[in-house]
Design a protein around this ligand. Sequence first.
Ligand code: THU
Length: 139
Amino acid sequence: MTWDGTAIDWSALRRRALEAAAGAYAPYSGLKVGAAGIDDQGRLVTGCNVENASYGLTLCAECGLVSALRAGGGTRLMAVSVCAGDGAPLTPCGRCRQLLHELGGPELVIDDGPDRPPLTVADLLPMAFSPEDLQRSQR
Ligand code: THU
C-alpha cells in the first residue's frame, strides 16, 4: 500500500490524538500530549505522555504510540499526528523523531497542523541514523 499523505483524513487523526491526550499523565509539566498514527494496514494506534517524579524518566506520547503499534501486531507507520491537550498541533521532540524514523522511515508523513501541508520525517530529521548505518559499522 502506498500513501502520499493526501488520502489521510488529518482532521480525524488529529481528533484521535486529542482524545489520546486526555489520558496523559503530566502532573509536572502540565502539558498533556496525545499521538495518533495510521499503520500500513490502515489501523489506528495512539499514545500519550506519561511523566514520572524522577523527571528524566518521562515517556513521550510517541513512545506509547510506537509501543502500541508493535503490541498490536503492526510494523510500519504511515502517518502521525501529535497534539497537545488543548488541540494545538505539536512537533515531535528530537528523540521521538528518531523513534518515528525507526517505525516509519524517512517518508512517514507528520501532521503540521490544519493550516500547513504535512511534513515528512526526512524534513524533521535529515540524515537520520538508521539500521543501514549499523550494518555499515559491522563491515
Ligand atoms: N512530550 C511528548 O509527549 N512528545 C514530544 O514530542 C515532546 C514532549 C511531552 C513530554 C513531557 O511530558 C511534556 O511533553 C513536556 O515536555
